[in-house]
Write a protein that binds this ligand. Sequence first.
Ligand SMILES: Cc1ncc(COP(=O)(O)O)c(C=O)c1O
Length: 361
Amino acid sequence: MSWPSWLPLRETLRPLSAYGAPQVPAQASLNTNENPYSPSPALQKAITDAVAKVAADLNRYPDRDATVLRTKLATYINERSGTGFTLDNIWAANGSNEIIQSIFLAFAQGPVLGFTPSYSMHPLIAKTTGAQWIDGKRNPDFSLNTQDAVTEIIKNKPTLTFITTPNNPTGGAVSIEAIQQLADAAQSVGGLLVVDEAYAEFSQELSAVTLISKNPHVIVIRTMSKAFAFAGARVGYLVSDVAVKDAMMIVRLPYHLSALTQAAAQVAIDHRAELLGGVSTLIAARAELVDALHQMGLHTIPSSANFILFTGFKQDAPQLWSALLEKGVLIRDVGLSGYLRVTIGNEAENQLFISALKELI
Ligand SMILES: Cc1ncc(COP(=O)(O)O)c(C=O)c1O
């Protein structure tokens, strides 16, 4: 992109382009790892009622510490992982992307290490916040090589090390034992280990939140956008030691999380049984989709998330991506040559994807 000469855009931003998957209408939108199930009419009403209540007070700023929401999030995490967190171990923001940005703002004074391919916003936020990003490598099958990762940490002495588990866009999860080894390495160089668990609820692995009490330098990022089927509301959060949460309060913008968002998210957490009800259906559909892809002679990367990275088709990835879109199926070209990523949708969307793909390969 060429910027006008009068625009004093920071030099480091000039070569960058804006992040964003194409947002185009399609019969099956399987490109951004959203949950295909919309809230039930009863839940829609509960959210509307809660929002109507706060509407009367919109002349006032919201609770800038989102105390009720953070307490509910702590309860949810404790329920799932048998931990003993309180609101003092939780920070919430407008999507986990904002959480990632706040982590960079607070802590990225030294190099930041991540293992690519992984979530592309980690290096992009590094660039926009002026941090030095180091690309660590993965195995050729995209799994994380724990020994190599430990070596990279010791060699580069990063202030922040990012891992994503299950990883986006490849889908593989990292065991809790491996995460502990990475945490030990990060601690030995005086850094923090940031574990992005946006897809945790789709995985069988133990969450890294279980490490925090003994490893205060471990930060876990979670979101309500995926398993919780709440992407439109924009709620992400972190689980951490109290000191990390306190640092988040230094860099947050005042009143960053609107009263409307807080009210809606509180209702969503109260209805978590319903919202998370789709997770087991999506895990079963993931297995069916993997089978269908294998029957077509395609290869898949083992996934513990709500998407599958696949390869083995004869076209190049952008060609197949466009041909699928012409048939009403929007998936994701993640920029990995020869690979495409498909999000698990509802039954009709998955069937449309499979039948369209069969006609093309
Ligand atoms: C690994 C990972 N982290 C974070 C996010 C950001 O999610 P959100 O900002 O919707 O919470 C995503 C979104 O796709 C993701 O894949």
